[in-house]
Design a protein. Structure first.
Length: 278
């Protein structure tokens, strides 16, 4: 599937190794592009980026990835057994109130996967999920409203409960890309959103970059190289779509990299000028 949004997972310089592991686990894994810094790949047609960022950050269960298994019991069992090797089981494969077969596993790279026997009526069978914990546990509905007002082609797909009580679970689309959002309830959690899981938004125009940057940085935090944290703590990378081609071209890689490192919010005109002057 094609989307301007895709998740980025921070690895301790093991991105390619991790993708090869996922290829063994999921089977349907395709490399898109590989260099020393990043690996882009697809699982079941859903795009991911693996970032070789060192040990500064690591993923946390505040962002996980639902895998909808389409009522295939053999598939969910195989994924469960494979992903738990060297990792840890957060919730064992079992029957729960919300699913006849479900599990939550953290793999050996620290990435969290929620496995659900249910099908999803969409080609996107892997869905990122935000878990709002501690003082944010009652802000699921507020966050969904916030995100769906920022992105075009957005809609709310599901909310539970639907009786006006605080939301426990929601599913929604941002620019045709599906997300889940969950409440961690009143239980205390020792994790929150980190740079270990971020979401890349590829933008065609400066107007798009400005729009997302301004929305997320308000009550959030600006950082370098297009990184910005929103008011809920979720990290986003707002990048121009031309960046990947500039970085792949040996003639423009160095000047594009130098210019990028000096920026917070990306300035497409300044980036193009730096490249043309090199």
């Amino acid at each position: 599937m094609n989307s301007s949004i895709y998740p980025c997972i921070w690895f301790n310089n093991t991105a390619k190794e991790a993708v090869l592991f996922y290829k063994d686990v999921f089977g349907d894994v395709q490399f898109i592009d590989t260099n020393e810094r990043v690996v882009t790949f697809q699982i079941y047609g859903v795009k991911f980026m693996g970032l070789n960022g060192g040990d500064r950050y690591s993923p946390s269960p505040a962002v996980s990835y639902f895998v909808y298994c389409g009522n295939d019991e053999k598939k969910i069992l195989n994924l469960y057994e494979s992903l738990r090797v060297g990792g840890k089981v957060l919730m064992p494969l079992d029957t729960y109130d919300w699913s006849v077969k479900y599990a939550w596993v953290e793999d050996k790279y620290g990435v969290s996967w929620q496995l659900d026997i249910d099908a999803i009526n969409n080609v996107q069978s892997i869905v990122p999920a935000f878990l709002f914990t501690n003082e944010k546990q009652s802000r699921v509905a507020e966050a969904v409203d916030f995100y769906t007002t920022i992105f075009s082609n957005s809609t709310k797909l599901m909310e539970y409960p639907s009786s006006g009580q605080p939301l426990i679970f929601a599913q929604f689309k941002l620019d045709h890309y599906i997300f889940n959002a969950m409440s961690g309830g009143e239980e205390k959690h020792d994790f929150d959103f980190t740079e270990g899981n971020s979401f890349v938004i590829e933008c065609e125009t400066q107007f798009e970059i400005d729009t997302y940057w301004n929305a997320f940085s308000k009550e959030g935090k600006e950082s370098k190289c297009g990184w910005v944290r929103d008011r809920y703590g979720v990290w986003w990378q707002i990048i121009p779509s031309i960046l990947k081609d500039l970085m792949k071209d040996p003639a423009t890689n160095s000047s594009a990299s130098s210019c990028m490192m000096s920026m917070g919010k990306f300035d497409i005109a300044a980036l193009q000028k730096a490249v043309s002057n090199s």
